[in-house]
Design a protein around this ligand. Structure first.
Ligand SMILES: NC(=O)C1=CN([C@@H]2O[C@H](COP(=O)(O)OP(=O)(O)OC[C@H]3O[C@@H](n4cnc5c(N)ncnc54)[C@H](O)[C@@H]3O)[C@@H](O)[C@H]2O)C=CC1
Ligand SMILES: O=C(CO)COP(=O)(O)O
Length: 328
């Protein structure tokens, strides 16, 4: 497998950071943005000002307005945009090469994981999933970061991890795509909840309880979907849950803080909130849990708050009065 050139599609914070990481790894990188003007501005200034202001891009990153042939394709658009994006791409540019899915979310309507969307739209692509505790600004600026890279073939996954690894970016190869994708999607839902705990001033003890019970719920979901609960001990599970559920830097956490302070989803969105994938994923995860027969009171709680069907006080009272049970 040739792994020299990389195309990253999506000129937002994460696409720009992954382009920079691949460049640090020594690859020749194209960053596929939406317009010629955007590409020219990035190439002229060496900065993607709209996405990661202040971060100079390495010389081996070149912005382009359309996908051209590359050995590795990385998708870095929001989860709800992946299908539309794929529908506009030439199938030959995705066939028989690694396509790395980096969005963290479940698709509205279909309940699909990102690699299921890819299988629908580009069945000849080789799917890989990249997830883990990694803020774009940290990755782009060369702060130490470790992530999980899951793929179906152990040798191909190790080769791809090696091609993307740099001095400050360390992908660990794994084989449980389902576990990694569900972990990445659900941690955003729990981050909304943890942010709400902070916004409603419920205390650090409540937040820690939520993280632990969220982890247990996530394990039930992953197992029911056919993934391995063991995956959750790793970077994509515990790692990202810890990061996103405890950091005000997280956009999902910030959105949750606003919900906890009593604002409505519509109001937060109307005030120009940054992308918070958990908002779209919460109802999908709730529907998925119902369809699998998995008990998921925390996902249901977030879904209800995001939809404006319950306020935080009612939700907390409901969760605290559930029948007592054994922890395991
Ligand atoms: N920002 C971060 O620190 C991290 C983000 N992620 C994930 O990466 C995904 C993207 O997030 P960000 O880049 O941060 O969001 P963002 O809001 O900064 O950027 C999204 C980009 O996608 C582009 N886009 C949307 N639909 C498109 C389409 N159909 N065709 C082409 N471009 C399209 C937008 O123009 C925008 O440039 C999300 O799923 C997020 O959870 C994962 C790890 C870290
Ligand atoms: O996924 C992320 C870090 O691993 C980014 O989290 P937010 O999307 O909540 O900012």
């Amino acid at each position: 497998m040739r792994l020299e050139t990389v195309a990253v599609i999506g000129g937002g914070a994460w696409g720009t950071a992954l382009a920079q990481a691949a460049a640090m790894a020594g690859r020749q990188v194209t960053l596929v943005v939406r317009t010629q003007e955007q590409a020219e501005a990035i190439n002229a200034t060496r900065i993607n000002a709209a996405a990661l202001p202040g971060q100079a891009l390495l010389p081996n990153v070149r912005a382009v307005p359309a996908l051209d042939a590359a050995d590795i394709v990385i998708l870095a658009v929001p989860a709800q945009s992946t299908r539309t994006l794929l529908s506009g791409l030439e199938p030959a540019l995705l066939a028989d090469r690694p396509v790395v899915l980096s969005a963290k979310g479940l698709e509205t309507g279909t309940l699909a994981r990102q690699s299921e969307v890819l299988a629908d739209m580009a069945p000849d692509a080789m799917p890989f999933v990249l997830s883990g505790p990694s803020f774009a600004v940290d990755v782009a600026s060369g702060r130490p970061t470790a992530v999980t890279l899951a793929g179906d073939d152990a040798s191909d996954t190790s080769d791809l991890a090696a091609a993307l690894a740099g001095p400050s970016f360390r992908p660990y190869a794994a084989d449980d795509r389902i576990g990694v994708e569900i972990a990445g999607a659900l941690k955003n839902v729990y981050a909304l909840a943890c942010g709400a705990v902070e916004g409603a001033d419920l205390g650090a003890s409540a937040r820690a309880a939520l993280i632990a019970r969220g982890y247990a719920e996530m394990a039930r979901m992953v197992t029911a979907m056919g993934g391995s609960a063991h995956t959750l001990t790793g970077l994509a599970g515990l790692g990202d849950l810890t990061l996103t559920c405890t950091s005000v830097q997280s956009r999902n956490y910030q959105f949750g803080m606003a919900l906890g302070a009593g604002r409505s989803t519509a109001d937060i969105l109307a005030s120009g909130a940054k992308l918070a994938e958990g908002v779209a994923t919460a109802p999908v995860a709730a529907a998925l849990a119902r369809s699998l027969g998995v008990e998921a009171p925390l996902i249901d709680a977030v879904d209800a708050v995001v939809a404006g069907k319950a306020n935080i006080a009612t939700i907390v009272a409901g969760l605290m009065s559930r029948p007592l049970k054994r922890e395991a």
